[in-house]
Design a protein around this ligand. Structure first.
Ligand code: SF4
Length: 199
């Protein structure tokens, strides 16, 4: 149920969940806060420090003074709980898959993933190895970067692509409205990745 507040605002009463959802839609839609949320999220991408393989060197170079990815609004951070982006750097082995999944689950939503290098797309030079896990089997990936290894410019380009996606598809504001990401399937590994190395 909806009524007018004394100061000209709106008062939602009744079912708390429905009222909260309608209030969120009002703030994000009519009051146009959604655009600000998407803009702010796109330029506040904080990738977590998690090096899975040799592409990590290019990840480090991307934030070096020469390429300076911080100018795009992205800054690597140490704690998973204060980050909103994960950059898979090349090969993910069965042993590392657990660390990737646990890190992903610790990150607050809305969160994003970039997979870097041929190894992160389909195993690369280790495509038929017994110990390789495709990153998309354990977390949902937004942008892929081909190459072995991709250059820092390619990483910067992927960040810009992700920013475009967030703003064009209103990913962050929709997440606040809906409580999930409608543009992407929820990925749940078929098996517990941590069981692969615990044995
Ligand atoms: S894509 Fe190339 S550089 Fe990157 S992890 Fe694989 S082998 Fe290493």
């Amino acid at each position: 149920m909806e009524g007018n507040g004394g100061n000209g605002g709106r008062v939602y009463v009744g079912n708390l969940d429905k009222s909260a959802k309608r209030a969120k839609q009002l703030v994000m839609g009519k009051l146009r806060m959604g655009k600000a949320v998407d803009w702010a999220t796109a330029f506040s991408l904080w990738p977590v420090h998690l090096t899975t393989s040799c592409c990590g060197c290019e990840f480090a170079a991307t934030w070096s003074p020469r390429f300076d990815a911080e100018q795009h609004g992205a800054l690597p951070w140490v704690g998973a709980r204060q980050t909103n982006m994960i950059l898979i750097e090349g090969t993910v082995t069965k042993k590392m898959a657990c660390a990737v999944r646990v890190t992903w689950e610790q990150m607050p939503s809305p969160k994003f993933a970039i997979a870097m290098g041929a190894c992160a797309i389909d195993g690369g030079i280790f495509y038929n190895s017994y110990n390789i896990v495709r990153p998309w089997e354990i977390i949902p990936v937004d942008v892929y970067i081909p190459g072995c290894p991709p250059r820092p410019e390619a990483v910067a380009r992927a960040i810009i692509e992700l920013q475009r996606k967030i703003r064009k598809q209103r990913v962050a504001s929709k997440w606040i409205e809906e409580g999930w990401r409608p543009d992407r399937e929820y990925v749940k590994p078929k098996e517990d990745p941590c069981s692969w190395w615990r044995g």
